[in-house]
Design a protein around this ligand. Sequence first.
Ligand SMILES: COc1nc(N)nc2c1ncn2[C@H]1C[C@H](O)[C@@H](COP(=O)(O)OP(=O)(O)OP(=O)(O)O)O1
Length: 190
Amino acid sequence: MVPPPGIPDAVAEVNTGGSGEWFPAEQIRYYTNVFLVQDDKILLGYKKRGLGIHKYNGFGGKVEPNESTLDAAARELQEEAGITAPLEHVGVLLFVVPGDKWAHIDIFRAMEYSGTITESDEMRPEWFKTTNIPFDDMWDADRYWLPLLLSERHFSGRVDFEKQGDSFVLKKWWFGIHSSSKSQGASKST
Ligand SMILES: COc1nc(N)nc2c1ncn2[C@H]1C[C@H](O)[C@@H](COP(=O)(O)OP(=O)(O)OP(=O)(O)O)O1
């Protein structure tokens, strides 16, 4: 299948599913998400409020006006987990819900950090073995792309969700890797 709207043509498919047409374009809102990986462990945060409450995720949030995505990612990591880290840009994900702004999320990986990992009012950090990631307690699509981050691929993907009450139900998804395969160094992106 060719990449869906919003994904560069050069990205090679690794995983796709669901049915129907892709949803039409709406306005875009930019977010970041940072995952700290060390040896066989990954640091996730249990979200205590807001979007994705009661799910585990990386550390991130909205990019503020006049802020680069890299600066936003570093700020959110500090605010939510109390640490700083060299960040490597590894992927871009588009999450689409009809009637909402598209979420464009720049994904970063860190392999080392400075400071003391600290719970915040938004996130409770917790280490997991990479063989025991709590996918049942994460956003539904994370199981399809997080392995690409762990295997050091540079990836792009898109997920269309349908909102049913308070739940986001997966409708269609597409994930692919960039031909260079290995992820790239820190970048401002977008
Ligand atoms: C829909 O699928 C998603 N999957 C994953 N894994 N992560 C997602 C998804 N949708 C949004 N996210 C990420 C993007 C951000 O990292 C957070 C949401 O950020 P939030 O709304 O909490 O932004 P803040 O700026 O921190 O919010 P405050 O204004 O409350 O500080 O989830």
